[in-house]
Design a protein around this ligand. Structure first.
Ligand SMILES: Cc1cc2nc3c(=O)[nH]c(=O)nc-3n(C[C@H](O)[C@H](O)[C@H](O)COP(=O)(O)OP(=O)(O)OC[C@H]3O[C@@H](n4cnc5c(N)ncnc54)[C@H](O)[C@@H]3O)c2cc1C
Length: 358
């Protein structure tokens, strides 16, 4: 036995590692990327994510996160703006993930970067270098990527699964001014795009579209935007470089599980995948890491089933609501949403209800 092992160093794994270490059970965390890097994510941190980060001593503002106070919703030629009900921010995952892993290491977790876990058999792990490790408690935090042996069900993504795309853009002056202090969401046929400014002034552009809409790939998708999302096409044209895309296939939005086996704590996207339109995946990842570490502190590896049930219950409402919003936002009724977002208090209420924190 080798003590607790965390697989994956995104927000869920790093938060769990940090809190396990602070509770006196420092884990080994295995992360396959050699260095911090951007991942497919919108970079939006809501007030619940910011509060969760504050609680563990990682201050987003100190990392240069750009404050966001407004939501701009655009569908076709309709657009509306509303105030968000809380303080939000734009921060790249490059900066966030690196800071969380630094904090976990400072708390006493052992971080092994550049090492992938290939497969799991129960709590036994096979690493890419051929080594084997056995955990007494396994914290599965591989996020968007499934681990052989513990994969989420293949059908979780549905018949026409979502594909996530992300690019970092250098904005021209007009684009930077238009996005200052704002999260901008463009609703598309079978998808959406989000734009915000991150700590270094670059723009994070993320897109989530159903596979049927992606068609021949990102270039074909971009070419098709002029028809149903002219404002988004204009935003992309306002950048100083063409997008270089990173992609993730078959995102199983809405999937969550309350089941596990003794010793296995599923965290973050491996426990619950909220529709990314709600911008709450990082908060959910942090909340799962925190709850899992608390159950482990109370009951050791045997606390996994109770943790998994409790977390599934906790995540149920935001996931359900975000899935409902996604269905409307990506369907023919999406043109109704900008006028509704202009109704005082309504967008704020929906934003609050899709938060894991409350
Ligand atoms: C298009 C899109 C936009 C989004 N926008 C937002 C947003 O604006 N705000 C928000 O809060 N959420 C957003 N989300 C959701 C958010 O990205 C996820 O919910 C969040 O990243 C989950 O965190 P995690 O730690 O569970 O997993 P991840 O962030 O996916 O981290 C998993 C880590 O595990 C590592 N790993 C994977 N497999 C292995 C292995 N076999 N061995 C070792 N290491 C491994 C990976 O390298 C990675 O570092 C978005 C999602 C998508 C698809």
């Amino acid at each position: 036995m080798s003590g607790p092992i965390v697989v994956g160093g995104g927000p869920a794994g790093a938060a769990a590692a940090l809190l396990l270490a602070r509770a006196g059970t420092p884990p080994l965390l295995v992360e396959r990327s050699r260095e911090a890097r951007d991942v497919v994510c919108g970079g939006f941190l809501g007030w619940d994510a910011l509060a969760a980060l504050d609680r563990i001593g990682v201050e987003a503002a100190a990392l240069g996160a750009r404050p966001i106070g407004r939501l701009r919703l655009i569908a076709g030629r309709r657009s509306a703006e509303s105030r968000l009900p809380g303080r939000a921010a734009g921060l790249s995952r490059y900066a966030l993930d690196a800071a969380l892993l630094r904090a976990a290491a400072a708390a006493g977790a052992r971080i092994e970067r550049g090492l992938a876990v290939r497969a799991a058999e129960g709590l036994r792990l096979r690493l890419a270098d051929g080594a084997e490790l056995t955990a007494d408690a396994l914290f599965l935090a591989t996020g968007k990527h499934d681990l052989r042996g513990l994969a989420r069900p293949r059908e979780a993504g549905g018949d026409d699964p979502a594909v996530g795309l992300r690019a970092r853009l250098r904005p021209g002056r007009a684009l930077a001014a238009a996005l200052a202090g704002t999260i901008e969401l463009h609703l598309l046929d079978r998808g959406y795009a989000g734009l915000l400014v991150q700590e270094d002034g670059s723009i994070n552009l993320c897109l989530s579209v159903k596979r049927s809409r992606l068609g021949a790939g990102p270039e074909a998708l971009l070419a098709s935007l002029a028809a149903d999302a002219p404002a988004l096409a204009a935003r992309i044209a306002g950048a100083e470089d063409a997008p270089a895309w990173a992609a993730i296939a078959a995102v199983p939005y809405g999937w969550r599980t309350g089941e596990t086996m003794p010793g296995l704590f599923r965290l973050g996207d491996q426990a619950a995948v909220i529709a990314s339109l709600a911008g709450d995946g990082v908060a959910i990842a942090l909340a799962s890491g925190r709850l899992a570490a608390a159950h482990h502190a109370r009951a050791g590896a045997g606390g996994a089933p109770a943790y998994q049930r409790a977390f599934a219950a906790h995540a149920a409402r935001p996931l359900r609501l975000a899935s409902g919003l996604r269905t409307i936002a990506e369907g023919p009724a999406r043109a109704l949403l900008p006028p509704l977002a202009g109704v005082p208090g309504l967008a704020g209420l929906l934003a609050r209800l899709t938060r894991i924190g409350g």
